[in-house]
Design a protein around this ligand. Sequence first.
Ligand SMILES: Nc1ncnc2c1ncn2[C@@H]1O[C@H](COP(=O)(O)OP(=O)(O)OP(=O)(O)O)[C@@H](O)[C@H]1O
Ligand SMILES: [Mg+2]
Length: 251
Amino acid sequence: MLAITDIHKSFGQNEVLKGVDLKIDKGDVVVILGPSGSGKTTLLRCINFLEKADHGHATFNHMEVDLNTASKKQIHEVRQKTAFVFQNYNLFNNKTVLENVTEGLIIGRNVPKGEAIEIGKKALNKVGLSEKYDAYPSALSGGQQQRVGIARAIALNPDIILFDEPTSALDPELVGEVLQVMRNIANEGTTMLVVTHEISFAQEVANRVVFMDGGVVVEEGTPKEIFVTPKEERTKKFLKRVLPNEYTFSI
Ligand SMILES: Nc1ncnc2c1ncn2[C@@H]1O[C@H](COP(=O)(O)OP(=O)(O)OP(=O)(O)O)[C@@H](O)[C@H]1O
Ligand SMILES: [Mg+2]
């Protein structure tokens, strides 16, 4: 469904992505783990052209694009196939919840307003916000705001949803409701690429885990392969820091 090859990206002298490959099949839930600064956000942003890669290719279904030289039309097509859920929700504070969800449909996709409202309500119902269509983001909890962010992504009916640490800005007691929504949409077969530190989510929901460090993919595999029998020293070292104590693996 999505294949990324050899992405490179530098910011000035700082080479952040040093040749990353990634393959995602339809229905996959792929979790990317890695220490701060390893390039996880930059990778997601390059896939969606929020950032322009210095080099790299992506194949979306059968459409091939050069991540450095893609035309406006190609960028538009890729954006039609992808949706992004941001760490800090990125909602419009002067628009209602429903307007936040329908905006991309009406403006970005030329969906007639009435139809967009129907789609938007359905998406909001799915994330448990049927009571909040007319609320403004400032009247919502962080967990609710992030669920609006997810509804906005679902409403676009993308081929893949990219999540960048969707729960890391939330108070601990609000993390669960967002992960539950993500679990639900994963169970419906949504293709998802998720940067997260939520190990239990990765364990339960991901079918593949990718460990990145220093701008490269160090190791990838099933959750069991990565969490129980990691091969690379760097992976083991990272997991020792983040895994709850009950997990053990051979060193
Ligand atoms: N717009 C930018 N301009 C300059 N440097 C940047 C920019 N975005 C990211 N960087 C740098 O790129 C490196 C990787 O950043 P990135 O945000 O991709 O890491 P990350 O793995 O997502 O980290 P975190 O877990 O903290 O979110 C960092 O050194 C960061 O300072
Ligand atoms: Mg990041």
